[in-house]
Design a protein around this ligand. Structure first.
Ligand code: EPZ
Length: 432
């Protein structure tokens, strides 16, 4: 068991390089199943969600090689059409459900157990199933296994009831070799959707409109291998922007696409932070900032990302006045508030709304990471708190942040990852 130990109160200074995007990488790794030729994927982040996805592909028969620290080569030629992806593989992360769309798209059948992932309340997959059925597949769920099969896949129109990244990805994967034109309306517009579309087009697909709410996919006979480089991670970049701001730091966040970060930059400026956009970097200067309250409403891209909500909450605990966060994507994404309260934060949660009263400062405490982005927010809280903060369950954080301790240490943070002996099981005390 490991935990982070942070001695807070130090301002972050210097520069940090952002790694490849987790949510693009996991979708693109699944998409490599669509061809029997080799795909070379560069700028892959070294995080556990990616290694788990790569391991699943290799366990179902693909040749998967890390050719260097950030490049993966995948050849899915040996994956069998009859493959079944069991629960012990799929429950480790949410993105395992992309295997349904990829196997269906390649083989017209898929048997994939239901996914895992962060707990934010109910996470239905009805829009995924609706898309598969409109393409001509029969889909049922039995013993937590999603079974999908089709004689053929035919282009169709899919109007998403809600904007959903996962279902948009899955329908794209299933439709690229369907017969005819598929139109996805009310599609997700996240940067990782565009990245997946560009990857598929590098494989010979015909995907247009990604990044808008209408994506048109003309089915092609076959896809071929390709070489592709993943975009920088929007949420990792945003996390370091908020960490730099909250610690009154002065940091250059390099290897980013500033356009992807506009909603985060705008919110930081509203909060009283100096933000300067470069070609491929963002400069955060909060050395003289006095944080002012502001309201945040999470929305699908290009709105303020839900995956930045916990991190922003930490900054707002330090802003003078009352701030309100409305979480419009997930039904229960405020579990981390209990941990912040232990550090002196004053936050009231009522359903999908959190009301934050600014406080003078936070104090270090033993806390835990409830999920990936909540864990990242706990790190920011530890960085700004006076005293020592210990964070348990850091495996959540390692799902999505490459070399976080090294990157923060290089920025002047006092953070270490330490081994913790397994908790001693309480044994009954026998009478003397
Ligand atoms: C993706 O999850 C991301 N995960 C999440 O990031 C992110 O929070 C989320 O998109 C929203 O941006 C990956 O990309 C691996 P959705 P996903 O389908 O695809 C409802 C992180 O921190 N919905 O866009 O599961 C759903 O309940 C992770 O990196 C349906 O109703 O999210 C939610 O309210 C955490 N029916 C909304 O849509 C469906 O069939 C958005 O969900 C599908 C979704």
């Amino acid at each position: 068991m490991e935990k982070f130990v942070i001695h807070g109160g130090k301002s972050l200074r210097g520069e940090v390089n952002i790694s490849g995007a987790k949510n693009a990488a996991v979708a693109i790794i699944a998409a490599a199943i669509l061809t029997d030729e080799t795909c070379r994927i560069e700028n892959i982040p070294n995080i556990s969600d990616v290694s788990i996805m790569a391991r699943i592909l290799s366990q179902i028969g693909a040749d998967v090689k890390m050719v260097n620290k950030d490049t993966l080569e995948i050849n899915a030629g040996k994956v069998s059409p009859m493959v079944t992806v069991p629960d012990e593989m799929t429950k480790q992360l949410r993105a395992s459900y992309y295997l349904i769309g990829a196997l269906l798209g390649r083989f017209k059948c898929a048997r994939v157990s239901m996914p895992g992932g962060c707990y934010f309340g109910v996470r239905p997959i009805d829009q995924h199933i609706k898309g598969f059925e409109l393409l001509g597949a029969d889909v049922n769920i039995e013993n937590a296994m999603v079974n999908a099969s089709a004689k053929r896949l035919t282009g169709c129109s899919v109007y998403m009831d809600v904007v959903t990244v996962g279902a948009t990805v899955n329908v794209m994967l299933a439709a690229v070799m369907a017969r005819g034109l598929t139109i996805i309306e009310n599609a997700a517009k996240e940067p990782h959707i565009v990245d997946l579309a560009n990857f598929l087009n590098s494989m010979g697909a015909d995907v247009r409109g990604a990044g808008t709410d209408v994506i048109k996919i003309r089915g092609v006979e076959k896809l071929h291998g390709c070489t592709y480089s993943i975009i920088p991670d929007q949420i990792e970049a945003g996390t370091y922007m908020v960490a730099a701001a909250a610690t009154h730091g002065d940091v250059y966040i390099r290897n980013v696409i500033p356009k992807h970060l506009e909603s985060i930059s705008a919110k930081l400026v509203e909060c009283g932070v100096n933000v300067e956009d470069g070609d491929d970097y963002i400069h955060i200067d909060a050395t003289k900032s006095k944080f002012v309250r502001c309201n945040v409403k999470t929305m699908p891209h290009p709105g303020f990302p839900t995956d930045m909500q916990p991190q922003m909450a930490v900054l707002l605990t330090l802003a003078s006045g009352t701030s309100i966060i409305s979480e419009s994507v997930w039904e229960n994404r405020f579990r981390y508030v209990e941990q912040l309260t232990r550090m002196g934060a004053t936050i009231q949660v009522d359903g999908k709304v959190a009301v934050i009263e600014g406080v003078k400062g936070l104090t270090g405490a033993p806390i835990k990471a409830d999920d990936l982005r909540a864990g990242a927010a706990m790190v920011i809280a530890g960085l700004v708190a006076s005293g020592v903060t210990e964070i348990d369950d850091i495996y959540h954080i390692e799902r999505g942040y490459e070399m976080m301790v090294e990157k923060l240490t290089a920025l002047g943070a006092d953070i270490a990852c330490v081994d913790v002996p397994a908790p001693v099981k309480a044994t009954a005390i026998t009478a003397g």
